[in-house]
Design a protein around this ligand. Structure first.
Ligand code: PLP
Length: 394
């Protein structure tokens, strides 16, 4: 049987234009976002302007990570120590961590077999004690944003969208991240745009952006260099802590030329995903949940559920597929997985969440980067289907 010649964790090359800009920055030593004058904006400011335009938001703030963006969103919305923040029980550990970092208590909401928020549990937990909601569009799977926004707007609860891994996904034709009050994206290497590390926060709210810019580390009057049409900066001068979560010019130089690559990566990633999904659906032992009707994903991975597998059978599948070079990870069986809520011991008492637990024990995760071509996808499909057949019989 053929093996993949590359790892699914390998990145694609950074566009060549980045090199020229990185050389310019290295030869001048100009790496800090606030060295350049207001009328000759730094690469970080240019990235913020380009990203805001691309995504359709009034304001953008580039940061050192998406975790920092979620933390600053909560602090900018005025979340105080002891406040309760709803988050999905299926997300990356960075999300409850950002809530805890802001001094708040995460309340976990059940997630169903289709990786989306269980709206009944969400409505039940959205009480008067909840100060904010963070929605993670896990791997681009978008929860019912119409229902979530209607419930939250009725109670005046702000929504932060964690779109870390959902850049390019749309809901009702709108970019994910532009629906809630604040949207957060990641440029960590496993996401659609690879800056090594990095994140960006977007909002249309002039108070949120002023507070976020200052707290990100715009000390003294450096907020002027953001060139943002917000009247709120002066009001928060010296009133807020400075956490220093800024992005540096080198990261911006690497990220900026990749913005033009997003439409291609979205198109190819979606085609790859749909090709593999159609082949896997042919197996009676695999279920690939359908998207919600208003959602268009930009996948760089595929998730599917094992049907009628015991835990031992699922473990055998993980071992067999790994030996074939096409490793399948079952979220809940992979030891210390950062997306399994029972491993988030830092939040205090771990609640009992039977629906999310059942999903995590059968949900598989496989990377499917946009750069893969049909022969490679066929190897992946063959690796999965032959491993399933070996475990369950043909
Ligand atoms: C990657 C990721 C994050 C964290 O992003 P960083 O930039 O690494 O801090 C948060 N949420 C989700 C859903 C992610 O996939």
């Amino acid at each position: 049987m053929n093996k993949l010649s590359t790892s699914v964790y390998d990145a694609e090359p950074i566009p060549a234009q980045a090199l020229q800009e990185v050389e310019r920055l290295l030869s001048s030593g100009d790496l800090f976002r606030y060295t350049a004058p207001e009328d000759d904006p730094s690469p970080v400011v240019r990235l913020e302007e380009e990203f805001a335009e691309f995504i359709g938001a009034r304001y953008a703030l580039a940061l050192n990570s998406c975790s920092s963006a979620i933390f600053l969103s909560l602090r900018s919305l005025g979340i105080k120590p002891g406040d309760k923040v709803l988050i999905p029980a299926f997300t990356f550990a960075a999300v409850p961590s950002a809530v805890v970092h802001a001094g708040a208590q995460p309340i976990l909401v059940e997630v169903g077999d289709n990786y989306r928020i269980d709206m009944e549990d969400f409505a039940a937990k959205l009480t008067d004690h909840v100060a904010a909601v963070v929605i993670s569009h896990m791997r681009g799977h978008t929860s019912d944003m119409d229902a979530i926004m209607a419930l939250c707007e009725a109670r005046g609860v702000p929504v932060v969208e964690d779109a870390a891994h959902s850049l390019g996904t749309t809901w009702n034709g709108c970019n994910i991240g532009t629906i809630g009050k604040v949207g957060c994206f990641s440029f960590q290497s496993y996401k659609l745009v690879n800056g090594g590390e990095g994140g960006i926060l977007i909002t249309d709210d002039e108070d949120v952006i002023a507070r976020a810019v200052i707290m990100s580390g715009a000390y003294e009057h450096n907020w002027r260099k953001h060139r943002l049409p917000s009247n709120a900066f002066a009001k928060y001068q010296n009133a807020l802590p400075l956490y220093n979560l800024r992005m540096n010019n080198l990261s911006a130089a690497i990220i900026r030329p990749q913005l033009a690559e997003i439409p291609r990566r979205v198109r190819d990633g979606r085609a790859n995903h749909d090709y593999v999904a159609a082949s896997l659906r042919a197996s009676p032992h695999i279920e690939v949940p359908a998207p919600l009707p208003r959602e268009e994903r930009a996948p760089d991975s595929i998730q599917f559920n094992l049907v009628d597998f015991t835990a031992d059978e699922a473990r055998r599948l993980m071992a067999l597929s790994a030996a074939k070079g096409t490793p399948i990870s079952v979220f809940g069986l992979h030891q210390d997985n950062a997306r399994a809520f029972w491993n988030w011991q830092f939040i205090g008492n771990i609640p009992n969440l039977p629906k999310t637990r059942a999903m995590l024990m059968k949900a598989c995760d496989m990377r499917l980067p946009a750069r893969l071509r049909k022969p490679e996808l066929d190897i992946i499909i063959d690796g999965v289907l032959s491993s399933v057949a070996e475990v369950k019989g043909a």
